[in-house]
Design a protein around this ligand. Structure first.
Ligand SMILES: [Zn+2]
Length: 415
């Protein structure tokens, strides 16, 4: 279908012939023309959608019996579009433009730009910024609702692929093919989001899959690519979807897979259940941090070094022996007991240090920070789970540079 619109002549007065005045003058004039052209384009579209002025049922002539106006938020600002209703003496009624108008009150272009801003700043500020940068108007409440609604659309593909895998046993296609010399790393972590309903926190689960390629120099590995997945969902859903992401990223062709976790029990169990062939490794960054919490002093560096040395040698029992021989400050007694328990319950993840030269890289920390902490902990902010879910999914699109792909599909489908 071709919709022909005459933009006419763009005319505007200019007080001073400077580039600045020209630029804003042009923008304003084009915006005016945009509004008029939109009304024109919809009228043209309506005529084409009507096909014929005759009734498809009885062949008698159709008459316009009503013209209502629909307000639609476009990039040039809100525009009131006439929507005509035709009727026939036989009782047939048609409103052809209805099918071409968006279901909501805004064009998808306005929605997309508004949501783009919400991944970086709060809903109120996004609404303000959008109307400052363009003429588009969309309320913060609408943006909030739309962010929430977008979650299931973003997850549509992975939900289907996961079901295919776990119900029908159909493995997802590899988007990245790897060689036996490659290592695939799956780093998993949780980020806490302040909960508005309970005043506590809930956890957003976050995983980053990245490929490692052995390089010419033996002790250097090259980080080739990385893809994140995150959600506020149960362990089973999250774990299964992570396995789909890992397969798409070449887990089946890679020589080995390493799962890195911070020691949380659910990550260990997930590694065991969903990635049975992978080597589970405790994130060294977290382990060092835990040890330093109990033995932070300068003069305690020997204990720290010896404990970490034992861990790196794959000897958690040895590390516990070193720590047991030391006496922490009394106020850190509780943390000390927790540290011993932490090392004991993560013994496997420590023993596996000898099976890999990769101990965690802060890569997932960074992802959690980008995906969760920065946006969810803006001052005084708290969230309800469905809203937070929508925001996490939008943030993952940005992180994975998949924003344009997702919205490209949405544009192709939308009215
Ligand atoms: Zn008729």
């Amino acid at each position: 279908m071709i919709v022909r619109v005459d933009l006419g002549v763009v005319e505007f007065d200019i007080d001073a012939p400077t580039t600045a005045m020209l630029d804003v003058g042009l923008e304003g004039a084009v915006r005016e023309a945009h509004r008029a052209a939109a009304v024109q384009a919809y009228a043209e579209l309506e005529a084409q959608l009507l096909h014929s002025p005759e009734c498809p049922l009885c062949g008698a002539g159709l008459r316009v019996v009503k013209t209502s106006k629909r307000k639609i938020g476009l990039l040039c600002g809100p525009v009131r579009i006439p929507v005509r209703t035709w009727s026939c003496s036989c009782g047939h009624i048609t409103r052809p433009l209805e099918q071409a108008l968006p279901k909501g009150r805004h064009s998808l272009a306005v929605v997309e730009r508004g949501l783009y801003l919400t991944t970086m700043i709060g809903y109120q500020r996004s609404s303000e910024a959008l109307s400052h940068l363009s003429a588009a108007e969309i309320s913060h409440g609408t943006l909030q609702r739309l962010a929430k609604a977008e979650a299931s659309r973003i997850d549509e593909a992975i939900a289907t692929t996961t079901q295919q895998l776990y119900t029908n046993g159909v493995a997802p296609a590899e988007l990245v093919a790897r060689t036996r010399a490659d290592t695939l790393v799956i780093a998993v972590d949780g980020g806490f989001v302040p909960d508005r309903s309970t005043k506590h926190d809930f956890e957003a689960k976050c995983g980053v899959v990245y490929g490692m390629k052995a390089t010419v120099s033996k002790d250097r590995v090259e980080l080739v690519d990385r893809v994140a997945y995150a959600g506020i969902e149960n362990i089973e859903t999250f774990g299964r979807r992570m396995s789909v992401v890992a397969m798409e990223q070449g887990m089946l062709s890679a020589g080995r897979t390493i799962v890195i976790g911070d020691g949380a029990g659910w990550i260990r169990r997930m590694a065991r259940d969903v990635f049975p062939g992978a080597v589970y490794v405790l994130d060294l960054y977290h382990l060092k941090h835990r040890i330093r919490q109990v033995f932070p002093e300068e003069w305690e560096s020997r204990i720290r070094d010896e404990a970490i040395g034992a861990c790196l040698a794959g000897d958690p029992i040895g590390a516990i022996r070193v720590l047991r021989a030391a006496t922490p400050a009394p106020e850190r007694d509780e943390a000390y007991r927790r540290l011993l328990f932490y090392i004991r319950s993560n013994a496997l993840g420590i023993e596996n240090y000898t099976r890999t030269d990769l101990f965690g890289s802060g890569c997932v920390e960074k992802a959690v920070d980008i995906l969760i902490s920065r946006r969810f902990k803006l001052r005084g902010m708290s969230w309800l789970k469905p809203g937070a879910q929508g925001m996490v999914k939008l943030k993952v699109l940005r992180y994975n540079k998949a924003w344009n792909d997702h919205w490209g599909l949405r544009f192709a489908e939308a009215a």
